[in-house]
Design a binder for this molecule. Sequence first.
Ligand code: PAF
Length: 286
Amino acid sequence: MIIVHSLQALRQALLGVPAYHPGVAFVPTMGALHHGHISLVAAARRLSPTVVTSIFVNPTQFNDPADFARYPKSLEQDIDMLEAAGTHLLFLPEVATLYPQGTQHLPPYPLGRLEQLLEGVHRPGHFQGVCQVVHRLLQAVQPGHLLLGAKDYQQCMVVRQLLLQTALPIQLQIVPTMREADGLAMSSRNRRLGADGRQKAASIYRTLQWINSQWPHAQPAILEAEARRQLLAAGFESVDYCSICHAHTLEPLQQADADEPAVALVAATLEGVRLIDNLPLGPKMA
Ligand code: PAF
């Protein structure tokens, strides 16, 4: 595996590969890697002969500076995991490499309603930061395929919109969420949980499965209220949202309707760690 830090070294390593060629698949990460990330690399390898991964903890997507400071880091272990998974090229930029003019006063991306729903409400500015970094990384790597994990459902929709708006000729591939044996979605944040919290955290997935078992025989508001109650009873300190939404727009569904593509999404905090997860509902989306 080749490791590069600068844009020049990155372009040098990809010399001879046409821009946005399907032979290059790209997996952007913020490090603290787990098997979910490795499943993205494995999917990238099935698509393209050259797999590029980046590790960059992007400061502009953290609306809470304490969350940025606490973000877990394990670079040496990450490098070993990526090497074993078959990444060919690892891009490790510095902040000044991606943001040569600094990280303040960057022009906004028009994200419309997506920014006013769910994560957009609870993490103001977060998706602007995601677009800022993903756009820069894509312009640097110029891949034919971009791989993202389905756990970040709304992020996938935001990046799809970014690709449409920028007209970058890149195929977005969304890879299913990897789960621990008890159903907890794999996440770098899980390692900040203590043993007790780690056990309780699995109740997010159980609650999502419960919603799915009731759908579409109960109305969204009733299911959302009961799911919230279940999460608080399981030990979560707070629930930012537990919402049943249209799977393509993320607008909250007012009525249960088997013909509408639906997804249940949760963000809840346990031991000060904010976890998110989602589950497409009903047999059509299963
Ligand atoms: O999902 C993540 O890890 C990040 O949001 C991403 C896509 C690497 C951008 O920093």
